[in-house]
Design a binder for this molecule. Sequence first.
Ligand SMILES: [Zn+2]
Length: 227
Amino acid sequence: MKGKVIINGKELIFEVLRSKRKNITAKIRHDGVVIINAPTSFTVENAADFIKKHHRWLENNFDKAKKQASVEKSYSERSTLHYLGKEYSLRIIQDNINSVDINDNEIIVRCESKDMAEALIINWYNNKAIEKYNELLPPIVEKFKKYNVSPTRVNIRDMRSRWGSCSNKGNISLNLNLVKLPENCIRLVMIHEMCHLIYFDHQDGFHSLMNEMMPDWKFWSKQLAFK
Ligand SMILES: [Zn+2]
């Protein structure tokens, strides 16, 4: 059950989750929607009344939830960034040019306004991923030539739940975020997906080919919890 209520000119969207329970609890999800857990007899009108009664508490928490969401998403000064398995501290400098540079221990973003930093960093990771994957993949593809396989296409994608994938058409996708991990973790995913050009499952044949192509693959798969 969904509904909305206007308090002090502000629209609050709520969702009621009814279950066999006696009490009512409310929380604010990161997107700002108020989630109310309530007994089965609870109605949308009850929910609106409940929110009106507790609006002060909700407003306080609403701001907190919004702040938390923006911290999670944005890259702020001194946060830790990863590149090829190493940690870097982020420095944001206001400047009239936009650039991203890296030295031994810092990633330095110069930008006209600080809210541009995130887009610049994502763009930088993108470029670095293209550069790195173009360097690491060809020698691997070369090693698979003796089996007469090569990827049809290679994509770099920002994937949530996988480091890589291989379609039955032979298209290989590599996660953009792999560029944050050590080079051997990137190689591992590339070799794993290349092995899928020959074996679609993860059975014995697949594993013996992994052993041949990357004898220490088990060690590196532990580094990225990759199966
Ligand atoms: Zn696999």
